[in-house]
Design a protein around this ligand. Structure first.
Ligand SMILES: *Cc1c(COP(=O)(O)O)cnc(C)c1O
Length: 410
């Protein structure tokens, strides 16, 4: 009886999700990650992956993972602090710190866990967390859970950020606590659903002026931006001014897991205080070994040629899309959102593309704001020019009558 009412309660909630055009479901893939996927017997050209350099199925990463399984087994047995701190985790962290040119690094089981553990460890109820309106859900959740006072500024709006920093310092000045309260600013470097870039230089200037800390999530920039592919902070020359550098091992690095890079004190503190690190089984050795191999590939000549291929595809695609009147961001990243507007229209467009053998799922609320549904087109180094030609032909045939909404932050 109780069970039936439970199921019917949930089924009513699901009906409501369906009515709003927001229902989602899983599709089982029968192939590895690549530019071409097999789903239910059908081959689809994949324009939705975050595997930007095509490393998720790279022979060197696979070999590293297999060797790690042979040497260290499939599981890690416990939390790192109990008995799960295997050599591949330590080797990965040395490689990460060297790659990002920081004193120290710590790996987590996911980027989500890295955000949750780190933000919760660094700030609490007397502190202020300041977020860009478009930061990833894991940062929003972490900031809420931390208990800190939360303030949000309009996307990339430096004036509003400065107003909030001024307010935070006044608030801290009148606080009667024994420890001095902190302000932590958090942004992404490349925004996951818009593909535009944060003004990191200006944000560094502001956080220094107001004595705040800055945390930057490089999930969509690590391996892609900067002379040594460390991320956008490197490209903009501000890496040394960012207190907390965060990222994932699951996107351009082709494996799975998350990381935090920064000074030794930060890493020592997180080992002692980050709950998602302390109270969670260590990632499997294969994931750490594959990520370490990815860091090598990214820094090699092959990595450079993969990036060249990616940026050339991005430039070609954006110029063709602009000719077809799609409003695009002027910033260059591997994420090119095609803003459709209504949820229903975005879903219909994605379905029409699927029929033509192209996979670009519609991105809807709550991932993006209501009424800003979009096709989040991503390119990878594994695409070829002929894949692009197919994409562009399919897009123009299915969107001939589709309204092109304006780019939200142009
Ligand atoms: C994907 C993503 C994360 C989460 O990383 P996972 O390793 O997938 O958990 C965090 N931040 C941003 C901006 C992301 O896009």
């Amino acid at each position: 009886m109780a069970k039936n009412s439970f199921a019917s309660d949930l089924s009513q909630r699901l009906d409501k999700i369906r009515q709003e055009g927001l229902h989602r479901e899983l599709r089982s893939l029968d192939s590895p990650q690549s530019a071409h996927l097999r789903i239910a017997g059908k081959t689809l050209l994949n324009f939705s992956s975050n595997d930007y350099l095509g490393l998720a199925n790279h022979p060197l990463l696979k070999e590293a993972a297999i060797k790690a399984v042979e040497r260290y087994g499939s599981g890690s047995g416990a939390s790192r602090l109990i008995c799960g701190s295997l050599a591949p985790h330590h080797e990965l962290e040395s490689a990460l710190a060297a790659f990002k040119k920081t004193k120290s690094a710590l790996s987590f089981s996911s980027g989500y866990a890295a955000a949750l553990g780190t933000i919760g460890a660094l700030v609490g109820k007397d502190d202020v967390v300041v977020l860009d309106k478009l930061v990833h859900a894991c940062i929003v959740d972490a900031a809420r859970l931390s208990g800190a006072k939360l303030r949000v500024f309009a996307h990339n709006d430096l004036n509003e950020l400065e107003d909030i920093l001024r307010w935070a310092n006044q608030r801290h000045g009148s606080a009667s606590t024994s420890v001095s309260p902190r302000t932590l600013i958090i942004t992404e470097s490349v925004f996951s659903m818009d593909g535009d870039l944060a003004p990191l230089r200006e944000m560094v200037a502001l956080k220094e002026k107001y004595g705040a800390w800055l945390m930057v999530d490089e999930a969509h920039a690590t391996g892609l931006f900067g002379k040594h592919s460390r991320g956008l902070a490197e490209e903009l020359g501000v890496s040394d001014h960012i207190e907390i550098q965060m990222g994932t091992l699951g996107k351009a690095l082709g494996s799975s897991g998350g990381y935090i890079c920064g000074p030794r004190e930060l890493i020592d503190y997180l080992i002692n205080r980050a709950r998602t690190f302390i109270f969670s089984t260590a990632p499997v050795p294969a994931a750490a070994a594959a990520a370490q191999a990815a860091i090598e590939v990214v820094q090699s000549a092959e990595g450079q040629s993969l990036r060249n291929q990616l940026w050339s595809l991005v430039d070609q695609t954006k110029s063709k899309l602009t000719q077809s009147d799609w409003p695009l961001s002027a910033d260059r990243s591997a994420i090119i959102p095609l803003i459709i507007g209504t949820e229903a229209e975005a879903v219909e467009t994605a379905a029409a593309l699927h029929k033509l053998g192209i996979l670009i799922p519609a991105i809807r609320f709550p991932t993006v704001a209501r009424g800003q549904a979009r096709l989040r087109l991503t390119l990878t180094a594994a695409h070829e020019s002929e894949d692009l030609a197919k994409l562009l032909a399919a897009l123009s045939s299915v969107t001939r009558n589709t309204h092109h909404a304006t780019f939200p932050h142009a």
